[in-house]
Design a protein around this ligand. Structure first.
Ligand code: ADP
Ligand code: MG
Length: 368
């Protein structure tokens, strides 16, 4: 049987639109800012480079755009080596955190600029500028100047300007970083919609995990110049490959222990309270290894039922409207955070009470 491979880790079927091959980058110091990076960017995808400040995201994006050059390795586009190609020959739209609009030009003139540079005929330019303005819902602002627009509107103009000449890829570096939360969330959805409408490949840099999870087809988690994991948002949240990814994305409980057995993808781990819990075994986990059980606060149940059983003592609880947060201490000094739904009866508990918890084997990860 011919099966379509839908595993986003190794997308097949078409040639990647761009690839990094063993790319490393040092600036003046000896420190590797990007460390032997291999990355295939899938045609048409929305790929997010996510990671803490200093992890090499911007450098990676700038090398793709041609504003920085690798110390070693190659960058390909549609199979051609573009490692030394200047930015203006790469056919990529770029949007930065600072809007960088031309203050003396109107909104329409700003958006028209890349078309004028490319010597597109005036009539075609006008048509495309109108189209781009519509796309970012700024049709009535054509004749205003940047200073007359809000931050969010200016960033929309920057986006329209990067899209207007229909580049092969759009690269964005923290484009919403300067906006307040509500506007940022609205713009996230708009950018995602534009991506879906246009079908262009987007590579997006952010340090904001919510943004990455909301917008992306795939997320590449960066740490110390290396991609720690690259896969779909759901996979990266549910099956983080290592402790860095597990703790960087979302909240997680980390319970240190000793692996007592490991077989067929699952392992048992003994915690300092004496309990032995079963979970999915991560890379390199073997019997006798020191490891940690990682479990999300929302994946610990208090209603009983099947799964790993664990008992602890309620230290305190806080009501958050849609959920209640419980802080539970285990014998032996370890602590757990739980997020439970109010209808699970958690509000009836008293501090000091014993809490019987369950954790599904599927939701527990055992990582070195
Ligand atoms: P991120 O975008 O993930 O925050 P960057 O790629 O901007 O990370 O930076 C990675 C590392 O490279 C940081 O330690 C930063 O200080 C360093 N760096 C970035 N740009 C330069 C530069 N032009 N010269 C020297 N060091 C730089
Ligand atoms: Mg950066």
């Amino acid at each position: 049987m011919n099966q379509v491979n839908r595993n986003p880790d190794n997308a097949v079927g078409s040639q990647p639109i761009a690839s990094f091959r063993s790319v490393s980058k040092r600036y003046d110091s000896n420190c590797l800012v990007v460390d032997d990076l291999d990355l295939d960017i899938v045609r048409g995808e929305f790929l997010t480079l996510l990671g803490p400040s200093g992890s090499g995201k911007t450098t990676t994006l700038m090398m793709l755009a041609g504003f920085e050059w690798p110390t070693s390795g190659n960058i390909l586009m549609d199979g051609d080596d573009i490692t030394g190609l200047p930015p203006y020959l790469r056919d990529m739209g770029v949007v930065f955190q600072s809007y960088a609009l031309f203050p003396h030009m109107t909104i329409a003139e700003n958006i028209e600029f890349p078309l004028a540079v490319r010597k597109i005929a005036p009539e075609e330019r006008r048509r495309r500028v109108a189209e781009a303005l519509d796309l970012v819902h700024l049709g009535s602002y054509a004749n205003r100047y940047p200073i007359q627009l809000s931050g969010g509107q200016q960033q929309r103009v920057a986006l329209a300007r990067s899209l207007v000449y229909r580049p092969r890829m759009v690269l964005m570096d923290e484009p919403l970083g300067a906006l307040d939360k509500a506007l940022r969330e609205q713009m996230q959805l708009e950018i995602k919609q534009i991506h879906q409408q246009m079908g262009i490949t987007f590579v997006y840099v952010t340090h904001d995990q919510d943004e990455a999870l909301t917008m992306s087809d795939r997320v590449a988690v960066f740490h110390q110049g290396k991609i720690q994991q690259i896969t779909s948002p759901v996979e990266i949240y549910k099956r983080p490959r290592n402790r860095f990814v597990a703790t960087f994305l979302g909240e997680t409980n980390t319970l240190e222990g000793l692996v007592t057995q490991c077989a067929e993808g699952f392992a048992d781990i003994q915690l300092s309270c004496g309990s032995i819990l079963r979970g999915r075994a991560g890379e390199g986990v073997v019997s006798g290894a020191k490891a940690a059980l990682m479990v999300r606060p929302e994946s610990i149940g208090v209603k009983g039922g099947p799964g790993n059983g664990l008992r602890g003592r309620l230290v305190d609880q806080h009501f958050h409207g849609d959920h209640i947060r419980l802080h539970v201490a285990l014998d032996g000094g370890q602590a757990l955070q739980l997020k439970v739904k109010p209808q699970e009866g958690a509000e009836l508990r008293q501090s000091g009470e014993t809490v019987a918890m369950t954790i599904q084997e599927e939701d527990a990860l055992i990582l070195l």
